[in-house]
Ligand binder design. Structure first.
Ligand SMILES: Cc1cc2nc3c(=O)[nH]c(=O)nc-3n(C[C@H](O)[C@H](O)[C@H](O)COP(=O)(O)O)c2cc1C
Length: 308
């Protein structure tokens, strides 16, 4: 599958703020994710040269195609961000029209834009006009409970020049509750010519096949990959990578780029995901959450090796 002229494959890792940092993206690529994307980056912060924002733009050498996601509500700020030299290494620019977090929505960003399809058109147009790179757009099906503006949003993005769409089949009001609306996703696929990626609740072959039954060109996986980068291997019928090998690689990448404080806080979260669902996990959870990171890693290593 292509985004613009760029071949990207069809099983994608979702952008996840505070989760899909460069180390996690690298292990997901290693396990078979076709395309990964940075977590969302504030266009205004980017335009103001924020150092913290630049950390979000670190990429892995395994990311052969690089995608960055930006958010904001002002078309001019967004278009300016697209031309920022910090984004020059990226091949694809993704725009966030789905984030449900109150602090984002209250600023008129993310899913708040689903209330104004015209504004979405203006933002995508402005971004498209400021770059030759393909623009992709990621959105939810609507804002309020029961809303479904997904067809209008899809058409607006395509008309404004977007090369690919991702739809998460939930409203903002649902946050992450309820089930994903596969019918809405199928409708989006039927009204545009550009590739459509289906997103929401893919955790195994069954949910993957259900998503594919909507006719989408590709799928995007978020929470199903937490602690389980091998979901990509399994959906591609590839041999899984040893979990401890993934963990060690994940930490190594983080240590390459970040200070130990950040690595420790970030990796502890991931370690708890990596061991979730393992038999007798409760015995080590507290230690993993509280001990020094090197000790926590050794606890996980011996736990996984005992579990076979
Ligand atoms: C912790 C977390 C952070 C997220 N951050 C982003 C983000 O930065 N940009 C974005 O477009 N979506 C973000 N999302 C939404 C996911 O990309 C995805 O659309 C959603 O989780 C549904 O897919 P899933 O059921 O496979 O998890 C986030 C989701 C989670 C759980």
């Amino acid at each position: 599958m292509k985004c613009g002229d760029i071949e990207i494959g069809n099983i994608l890792l979702a952008p996840m703020a505070g989760v899909s940092e460069v180390g996690f993206r690298e292990v997901c690529k290693l396990a078979g994710a076709d395309l990964t994307c940075t977590e969302m980056v504030n266009a205004v912060a980017l335009n103001h040269d924020s150092a913290k924002t630049k950390d979000l733009l670190i990429t892995s050498s395994l990311e052969n195609v690089k995608s960055v996601q930006i958010f904001g509500h002002d078309a001019l700020e967004m278009a300016k961000a697209v031309t920022n030299s910090c984004l020059s290494k990226f091949d694809i620019i993704d725009i966030n029209f789905g984030c449900p977090a109150p602090k984002i929505v209250n600023n008129g960003d993310g899913s708040a834009l689903l209330k104004d399809v015209n504004k979405i058109y203006k933002i995508v147009s402005a971004c498209k006009n400021s770059t030759n790179k393909p623009i992709s757009c990621k959105f939810r099906k609507g804002f309020g409970a029961g809303d479904n503006v997904s067809k209008d949003v899809a058409r607006a993005c395509e008309d404004a020049g977007a090369s690919m769409l991702t739809i998460h089949g939930r409203t903002r009001a649902q946050m992450y509750s309820g089930v994903v609306d596969l019918e809405a996703i199928a409708c989006v696929k039927s009204v545009v010519k550009i590739p459509v990626i289906g997103n929401g609740d893919i955790t195994d072959f069954n949910s993957y096949n259900k998503m594919l039954s909507t006719g989408v060109d590709g799928v995007m996986i978020g929470r199903g990959a937490l602690g389980n980068p091998n979901i990509f291997a399994s959906l591609k019928n590839k041999a899984p990578i040893d979990k401890m090998e993934l963990i060690e690689r994940h930490i190594r990448v983080l240590r390459e780029f970040f200070d130990e404080r950040f690595v420790s806080a970030t990796m502890r979260k991931h370690l708890l995901w990596y061991i979730a669902g393992e038999p007798n996990v409760n015995k080590i959870k507290l230690d993993v959450a509280t001990k020094d990171l090197n000790q926590a890693i050794e606890i996980v290593r011996s736990f996984l090796s005992n579990n076979g």
